[in-house]
Design a protein. Sequence first.
Length: 448
Amino acid sequence: MAAGDDQASLFDRPASGEGGVPLAFRMRPRSISEVVGQEHLLGPGKPLARLLAAKRLPNIILWGPPGTGKTTLAYVIAKTLGWRFIPFSAVTSGIPELRRVVEEARQTRRFGEGTLLFIDEIHRFNKAQQDALLPHVENGTLTLIGATTENPSFEVNPALRSRSRIFELLPLTSENLCLLLRRALADTERGAGGNAPDLPDEVLAYLSDYANGDARVALGNLESAIAAGAHTVEEVCILLQGRNLPYDRAGESHFNVISAFHKAIRGSDPDAALYWLARMLCGGEDPLFIARRLIVAAAEDVGNADPVALLLANATFQAVQQIGMPEGRIPLAQTTIYLATATKSNASCEAMEAALRDAAARPPGAVPLHLRNAPTDFMRRLGYGQDYQYPHRFPGAFAPAQSYWPSEIPPHRYYQPFGRGVESTIRRRMAAWEVRRKMTQGEGIDLN
């Protein structure tokens, strides 16, 4: 049996459930017309539909969450084009297997038959495997379709990425999943038809919503509900024991959700921020990671408009570290709400960025002698600390004539406080200092 024939025979298996083949596997589409969802790729005039109609298939990377049909779509594409479908695992298969696939593809190509090599988890494809494959992908010996749940921009080797078109598969909608469930209930050949009760629409809707866009989960839970005799939403809810929220602490979902959480705080929406906080906690996120992000949000987005925010965020980190979970969720929620409803200012953040750009772009100026510390007589004789004006000896603890800049660099205003919250007071204070500086004209005269 040639490589991949066993996989192809499994896709074509007509069994009605005997032998323990899961319903989700039996109901896999056998043709493009049976694929549900992904209309943005397969609808009339859409990219994949046009490529299949022209029978010109480039190398492709299918990117999407689990259960969106990446493997199945690759298989039906091969079947539509009349090509051999060869599944290959980036994790369990090595270079010897890859060389056998290439040799078989070379032989069948002589007889006009194309080969579609499907690589699951292509983000784990190592450099040695890649070096063995790339020449044959480039010369057309075979065509590659890779599947990944990880963002190809970060996780797929650049050499593979540059030779492939990337198509994103979206989570299936509840309507898509309801259609699949009804199809499975009605199908007497491959589905549950004939053995399943007439489940009400509200049960199918619950199963569809529960699956979070994953067809495998939806069909698997339907099969479990049928086996357990669960006929109502209440019975199905008890059987499934709560919702399984999609969250990957090491993958893109992790970064997407924390981004939404931070942006909801910045946008002053405490309820949305609490929702994303709950998503992270339900998904098993490290609560100390969340607490650290609250510290960042307090400094970056609230800043000096409400300096208490940073103190509260630091206290929250310490509290979560000391009491742990589940009680740690309470200070996390308290600080999330405080930050989301606080007066906002990113003036400190923008000032730091501007200063960093200046420091990197300008030649470094020498520290003026009057600002240097003079712990020894030798350093004092060199002029270190000479003419330094101690601010506390001046009214308001402000020495208006003193410069704190290198002589080679003119003074520059980085920090531009907004007129919001505490920063309105800071702004007035800085304006008064500026007036005093200008009035002294460098003579050190206090005109308060």
